[in-house]
Design a protein around this ligand. Structure first.
Ligand SMILES: [Zn+2]
Length: 220
């Protein structure tokens, strides 16, 4: 009975071909604690986009010293090429040169960018890009981390992954800091962080903790 309802069937557009490049994009956020598989999920989505013959660009802040400097890596063995950028302005410049040539923008470790990443992501979406950001939602003190909460609020889709509590095996939403490393930023360092559930999580009490973990993107 409602089968012949063309205005509804295609969202009110009379000709899909006319939509083309003016179609708005999409903002996806992949978040959760360390060891929850965020990078792995980002890599999976980027690879699927490539299989669909979409052109993909991937970026990460210049502080992830884990494994490779020119790719993103999950704690498993998955990797994907990524351009390292020092801050949001550098990211904006890197994108400006190839915006017409890409359809999907992946950003890993997005929590380390400053709040400028928020309007940039929204701009990209309005330019028709699919933007996929992966990043920690909370610090090791269980506080919302940098721009991620706002990006989650603005996203079309949020995937909040849990890790496995390394004490009891329950689903884990927290990143537990172990010991008192003096490193300003320790990313992906095994033995320094663990995933923990609510019951096993113990907020880190060192007075310097926010300086150590909530370090903004390196300024050049
Ligand atoms: Zn636990």
């Amino acid at each position: 009975m409602n089968l012949h309802h063309p205005q509804r069937a295609d969202g009110g557009r009379t000709n899909r071909n006319e939509v083309g490049r003016n179609e708005v994009g999409r903002l996806e956020v992949i978040t959760g604690p360390m060891f929850s598989g965020k990078s792995e999920e980002l890599i999976r989505r980027l690879k699927r986009a490539r299989i669909a013959r979409q052109r993909v660009a991937c970026y990460k802040p210049d502080i992830d010293l884990r494994y490779h400097r020119t790719s993103i890596a999950s704690h498993g063995s998955q990797t994907h090429e990524a351009e390292t950028v020092g801050n949001v302005e550098r990211l904006r410049e890197a994108l400006a040169g190839q915006l017409d040539a890409i359809e999907v923008v992946g950003i890993d470790e997005a929590q380390f960018f400053d709040d400028g990443i928020i309007p940039l992501a929204v701009e990209l979406v309005h330019l028709g890009k699919r933007v996929i950001l992966a990043g920690l939602d909370t610090t090791f003190n269980a506080e919302p981390f940098g721009p991620i909460p706002a990006l989650m609020a603005l996203a079309d889709e949020v995937t909040k992954l849990s890790a496995v509590c390394m004490v009891c095996g329950a689903p884990a939403i927290h990143t537990q800091r172990l010991g008192a490393s003096q490193e300003l930023v320790v990313v992906g360092a095994a033995g320094v962080y663990e995933a923990r559930c609510r019951a096993c999580f113990k907020p880190y009490l060192d007075e310097n903790e926010s300086q150590q973990m909530e370090f903004p993107a390196i300024q050049i």
